[in-house]
Design a protein around this ligand. Sequence first.
Ligand code: FAD
Ligand code: S2G
Ligand code: ZN
Length: 475
Amino acid sequence: LTRNRYPDLKKGPYADLTGQDVDYFSNLLPGRVLTDASDLEGSNTDWLGTCRGSSQLLLRPKTTDEVSKILEYCNGRKLAVVPQGGNTGLVGGSVPVFDEIIISTQLMNQIISLDDISGTLECQAGCVLAALDSYVSDSNLTMPLDLGAKGSCHIGGNLSTNAGGVRLLRYGSLHGSVLGLEAVLASGEIIDCKSTLRKDNTGYDLKQLFIGSEGTLGIITAVSILCPQKPKSVSVAFLGCESFETVLSIFKQAKHSLGEILLAFEFMDSASMDTVRDNLNLTSPVSEFPFYVLIETGGSDGKHDEEKLTAFLENQMSSGLISDGTVATESTKIANIWGLRERMAEGLMVDGYNYKYDVSLPLSKFYQLVDDMRDRVGGLATRVVGYGHVGDGNLHLNVTSPQYDEELMSLIEPFIYDWVSKYKGSISAEHGLGFKKRNFIYHSKSKSAVDLMKRMKLLMDPNGILNPYKLLPDN
Ligand code: FAD
Ligand code: S2G
Ligand code: ZN
């Protein structure tokens, strides 16, 4: 497992858990303290099954005040902690590296308020994204983000990783849609940045510090977020393309012709399609192509939107850009098409070990990295696949092998990070740095920026108890 791959990594200057500590927490959170190793197994292991910690204690607070008391105690005892939401993170950030105490937001799942005129939702950090989406949809609203993990991920975890997902093209980043939040610092101090205002230019915008901080600056306990109107109708087109240049031309046309009704623009290569076909028995609604494009549209007038999309596709067909495609308006067909894209992570896991990369690149270089990686790792890998959020310039490049292979890993890293850095991309577009990628931060951030991050960390968490060994580099 990942930690075993870093044998020289030693536990930091943190206390070991004692029976007295467990007694304190059992009194504070009666019936909501887990110490049994088998109960902790799932929370000690990340979604990819590549990182496993050895925490002996999982705490399940229900309120901000309980989180505050937990952190005040841990800070006083110098006990390291790892905040955990849905544990769907993909960079090893959500599980302990050694025996950090796991603080789960699982029971912090209450809706606080919904203003269906402004579209502002206030809720606790442990609300599951899919549950929020169905809750706000009753008021003809939708969550401004959607990702394959929606059934398990918590909104607090989404903020902490600044999750992107398939709707960022339309609704932007959480840095824009989050209006306020509440967080607890390592000292137990509660920071009230709660607001439902769209505009508030009074002082530093502190909430932005916590968005994307991956649990290293504070535990987010409540969120207020702006929910857009739910599109009256949604259509999905799935197209086959002969080249990645075609994918880019269709993207450019889609922005031009579909404009405000364009909800998502995703791509997958043929190796991705093989993955979900071979490993999950899914079927493609179009014939075999080197590339596939998924376009989702949604607006306020179903008939108008459908006409617009159909006209766009006819235009693409007549121009010869695409020779095969389908349009779905019925929810089951739409779900089946999205399944091809959103279940990729699940499909890749069937191969065994997943070397997962999530990079931002200039679109002109976007797919070249996949070709170069395929040439480089060749027959050593089971698969090399490329898919992702074209509209955000975000490529998901994944390599798989039956089990972890040191030789294969040494061909992939640092090659991929050097490659991305050469073209001024980001080594982590949306998943964060977590445990696995923290030491490559200098491939995407300057020394001056990282030094300031370290000074902020020291100011906000002087004992370094919040999610140690994550996000920031070892030196
Ligand atoms: P966890 O995994 O529990 O934690 C993630 C990080 O946040 C950890 O560092 C943890 O310590 C910290 N954290 C969690 N809760 C809090 C809190 N309340 N306060 C402070 N820190 C906290 N990501 C994308 O960006 N786009 C995608 O399209 C996407 N698709 C995915 C598809 C699948 C199938 C899977 C498994 C994952 C996907 N992800 C995607 C990864 C995504 O980052 C996480 O799924 C999600 O944002 C994390 O939410 P979570 O509640 O599971 O957090
Ligand atoms: C996605 C998460 C899964 C993966 O599917 O958009 O962000 O396999 C990813 O990288
Ligand atoms: Zn993604």
